[in-house]
Design a protein around this ligand. Structure first.
Ligand code: GAL
Length: 410
């Protein structure tokens, strides 16, 4: 009820038509794993309970790589949904330029988002020409290695505390019948694993020079040679994973079939649904245990223009709700991500989330690839990384092709 009163106040401040008709708002997203579904259900519950409207769930299976083209073609094709997930950053640039997305600046200003969103790069990624077009809902960091304590115990090994120890343990894990490094078969997972290795092994500065500065000489240089060689060695230990979806690879870590997985902190949602306890059943190493850093990408909701004042009012109510303290806490605890506002109480966070919060508080943060690379460049790197991780393409050839992509990246 408290939330509802708050929305009525926001709506009144914005002159929205709250007494108007209840709207069925279709919300598309690619959150279909156990942990993801539990998290998005928190949004739906809050929307249904605190407004007069109804959340119509538009989950699209197959991950972001499958979902985004569908979302984009619906918006361009004149069949817009009420709200949709994207990774905040550059994925929606063209849709915003084409005038297809609702401007949320009035909501953002009325609620002082500029003062509460932390880090400010999250709101900056939603802002084009001074106007706010999305509501960032979480900080999701890619920079994690998830290890199965069980798998290491079965192989008679201690749980590693960094990447080098993990690499040293891979042959013994394999001998014990484990998949040393679980890697699902989609392009974004191959790209993500490589990028996390690049941050840890080439260092943050070099990663930034390549991804933000588009410096092809660094991409072709010795720091990245080290990363390509390490990835070529690691792929030999990932070949038996044989699953496509990321959460099925995580499941192998959860049940002790695999030693570990490089994956974003959304993996925590899966461990939570399986009832696993951080520190006891699994171990999380931020920055591969080499450099403790949180990349501050994540998810944001955009509201395609529907040219209907009643839908627009419902869209803005949802935007406001997603930023509210209570919803930020409920959603992020289930999602395994960190809230976008620093003024909420995350007492119920597990050990890994607490580690993430500490790293964030220390300011060890890194912008995410989604925020600095265009969707086109990301697509080219995705293709190269799929080939690299799933064939015998040499480290040297892959690096040369990578440097070419960076040379023409935007
Ligand atoms: C990412 C998204 C996360 C996550 C993951 C796997 O793009 O930011 O929220 O769930 O995909 O589906």
């Amino acid at each position: 009820m408290k939330l509802k009163r708050m929305f009525l106040a926001t709506a009144a401040a914005l002159g929205l038509a709250t007494s108007a008709q209840a709207v069925e708002l279709e919300v598309t997203h690619w959150w279909t794993s156990g942990g993801e579904a539990a998290a998005v259900a928190e949004f739906a519950k809050a929307f249904n309970e605190n407004t007069d409207h109804t959340w119509v769930d538009g989950a699209i299976a197959g991950g972001g790589g499958t979902a985004r083209p569908i979302m984009i073609s619906r918006i361009i094709g004149g069949d817009p949904m009420g709200a949709t997930q994207f990774n905040h950053g550059r994925q929606t640039e063209e849709l915003i330029e084409a005038g297809l997305m609702l401007d949320l600046t009035d909501v953002a200003e009325a609620e002082g988002w500029a003062d509460i969103v932390n880090p400010s790069s999250l709101l900056a990624s939603c802002t084009v020409d001074g106007k706010v077009y999305c509501v960032p809902v979480n900080i999701h960091s890619w920079q994690w290695l998830w290890l199965s304590n069980q798998a290491f115990a079965d192989a008679g090994l201690g749980v590693p505390s960094n990447w080098d120890e993990y690499v040293a343990a891979m042959p013994a894990l394999q001998e014990a019948g484990k998949i040393p490094l679980a890697l699902g078969g989609q392009a974004w997972q191959a790209n993500g694993a490589f990028s996390v290795m690049a941050v840890a092994l080439a260092g943050e500065e070099n990663w930034l020079k390549v991804n933000s500065g588009k410096d092809a000489s660094v991409a072709a240089g010795p720091a990245y040679t080290k990363v390509f060689e390490a990835a070529a060695a690691a792929r030999e230990f990932s070949k038996d994973t044989n699953v496509i979806d990321w959460n099925l690879a995580t499941a192998k870590v959860i049940n002790g079939e695999a030693g570990g997985q490089i994956m974003g902190d959304w993996a925590q949602g899966e461990f939570a649904v399986a009832g696993k306890v951080a520190g006891e059943d699994y171990t999380c190493l931020p920055g591969l245990g080499v450099t403790e850093v949180i990349s501050t990408g994540g998810d944001a909701f955009y509201f395609p223009k529907n040219d209907d004042p009643e839908i627009e009012a419902a869209q803005k109510e949802l935007a406001s709700l997603m930023m509210s303290k209570a919803v930020q806490v409920a959603f992020n605890l289930k999602k395994g991500s960190l809230p976008v506002r620093g003024d909420v109480d995350l007492a119920a966070a597990n050990d890994c989330m607490k580690k993430g919060l500490e790293i964030l508080a220390e300011g060890n943060i890194l912008i995410s690839g989604d925020q600095v690379l265009s969707a086109d460049t990301t697509g080219q790197i995705d293709d190269l990384m799929t080939e690299f991780w799933s064939t015998d393409l040499s480290a040297a050839d892959a690096q040369a092709r990578y440097a070419d992509i960076i040379a023409s990246a935007d």
